[in-house]
Write a protein that binds this ligand. Structure first.
Ligand SMILES: Nc1nc2c(ncn2[C@@H]2O[C@H](COP(=O)(O)OP(=O)(O)OP(=O)(O)O)[C@@H](O)[C@H]2O)c(=O)[nH]1
Ligand SMILES: [Mg+2]
Length: 453
């Protein structure tokens, strides 16, 4: 590992970036148990079942997102997971033949691989092997444009590598039969690597902390003028950027590619009643999004956490959209936007232009609930007027979340604050001042303005 680069440039060689040579790839989706037709998500009992075909289509989409040429693809039913190579020996051989025949340089396995499994498969197939997390990290690495984005991706990548080193190390330790940490040169090397990794992780975290503070300053400035912030969230490729462009007359990148957007963009949004808000477009979510990635993207995702209103964009024409929505809510939960905060969310069912009459009728009835979804087509503009009205209603009529601070000389107003708002969070600062996060009715906003933090 080389030294950390202070300008925030990543030092990884991203696969897709290598000399433009489009790598030929095979995409494999292992399906464990039940003859392999379908897999129930283990993590959430009662969760929706995603077909192995759609998992394969998504994995191929991920591979294509870094311009790999997918020459072979398949669902691989497995009875059990083999610790040494994930697949059984027969399957490993079979795939080895396919890899050789197709001059394939990279195999994507849409399942977590242990370092041992990855190494054994690379040896057996004589090609590079990436698991799902590795692939997503590659995509993010290629997409990251801003120094902030690069810092975040590099941090996630280092954490991923660290996990692998640690496991490798414990494995060696066990092999050495309790010789302990002062053993041979192999151990020392891994230990040194790990220390260097750790040092770089710490430096990156420090750099990101600076980024986070700068963003926080900007957010505070926005809070001072009480401009509400609206964040777009949703599964990757749901149409967030297309909707963003439609609503703000901008032209950020929107394309039929997974993770087209990585870095957040903010634009002013004009509401029908003349008020304005700030709309933010950001990275999409995906199932099995590595937690380390969510953690690394915290600085970016805080726009979402702090937003007054969240638009959850769903590709309603995608047969998988219900399980995608569950994945999105799972990530929101990781960001501490739990079920009790759902009042802050408007569901936007996008791509209705792709539905036939039957499809429209089916979702039309679901749209009847009080706080029901708003049906739109970001592509044609249908429904966007209704969406703006819905936003207006929420922003105009709903309580606002404000960050305020009472300096020592204003502490006598504390009881007034408690009477006129609901206090969500309170921090008593070292200098005697009190920082609060409060929910305020629209009519009371002006009175709170003088305490804006
Ligand atoms: N037919 C149709 N296609 C749409 C609509 N909205 C978006 N799309 C298409 O869906 C694809 C993805 O759109 P994006 O706006 O890039 O999606 P995104 O949610 O920003 O995706 P990521 O940034 O990759 O997470 C593009 O090919 C869009 O043209 C819609 O209302 N109807
Ligand atoms: Mg986008």
């Amino acid at each position: 590992l080389s030294e950390h680069n202070p300008d925030g440039k990543s030092e990884f060689q991203w696969i897709g970036a290598e000399a433009g040579a489009a790598e030929r790839a095979i995409v494999l989706v292992p399906v464990i148990g039940q003859g392999g037709r379908q897999r129930v998500q283990e993590s959430a009992p009662g969760a929706l079942v995603r077909s192995s075909e759609s998992r394969l289509a998504e994995a191929v989409g991920l591979a294509e997102a870094i311009h790999l040429v997918v020459v072979e693809q398949g669902v691989v039913p497995l009875k059990t997971i083999k610790p040494n190579a994930l697949f059984g020996a027969g399957k490993v051989d079979e795939i080895s033949g396919i890899v050789r025949a197709g001059s394939i340089g990279l195999a994507i396995v849409d399942h977590p691989l242990t370092p041992v499994q990855q190494r054994n498969l690379e040896k057996a197939w004589n090609c590079k092997v990436l698991d799902r997390t590795g692939l997503i990290l590659e995509i993010f690495g290629e997409r990251a444009r801003t120094s902030e984005g690069r810092l975040q991706v590099e941090l996630a990548h280092l954490n991923y590598l660290k996990g692998r080193l640690v496991r490798q190390w414990t494995h060696l330790e066990r092999q050495r039969g309790g010789l302990g940490k002062t053993g041979g040169p192999g151990e020392t090397q891994i230990e040194a690597d790990r220390r260097q990794l750790q040092e770089r992780i710490l430096r990156l975290e420090k750099d990101l902390e600076k980024v986070r503070r700068t963003r926080e300053l900007h957010r505070k400035k926005r809070r001072k003028v009480l401009t509400p912030v609206i964040a777009l969230v949703g599964y990757t490729n749901a149409g967030k950027s297309t909707l963003f462009n439609r609503l703000t007359q901008s032209s950020v990148t929107a394309q039929d590619m997974l993770f087209a957007t990585l870095d957040p963009t903010l634009r002013k949004l004009r509401l029908p009643d003349g008020a304005s808000a700030i709309l933010s477009d950001t990275v999409g979510f995906i199932s099995d999004l590595p937690t380390s990635l969510v953690a690394a993207f915290r600085a970016t995702l805080e726009e979402v956490v702090e937003a007054d209103l969240i638009l959850h964009v769903r590709d309603i024409a995608d047969p998988d959209n219900r399980s995608q929505a569950e994945d999105v809510y799972a990530v929101l939960e990781q960001l501490d936007i739990g079920a009790n905060e759902r009042g802050r969310v408007i569901e936007v069912w996008n791509k209705i232009d792709l539905l036939d009459e039957v499809g429209r009728a089916a979702i039309g009835s679901a749209g009847g609930e009080a706080a029901g979804p708003v049906l739109v087509s970001a592509a044609t503009g249908e429904g966007t007027a209704e969406l703006l009205t819905a936003i207006d209603k929420r922003i105009g009529g709903a309580d606002r979340l404000l960050n305020i601070r009472l300096p020592v000389e204003e502490l006598h107003s504390l009881s007034w604050v408690y009477e006129n708002s609901s206090v969500i969070d309170r921090t008593d600062q070292d200098d005697g001042s009190v920082a609060l996060r409060v929910r305020v009715q629209p009519g009371n906003e002006a009175a709170f303005r003088r305490f804006a933090a």
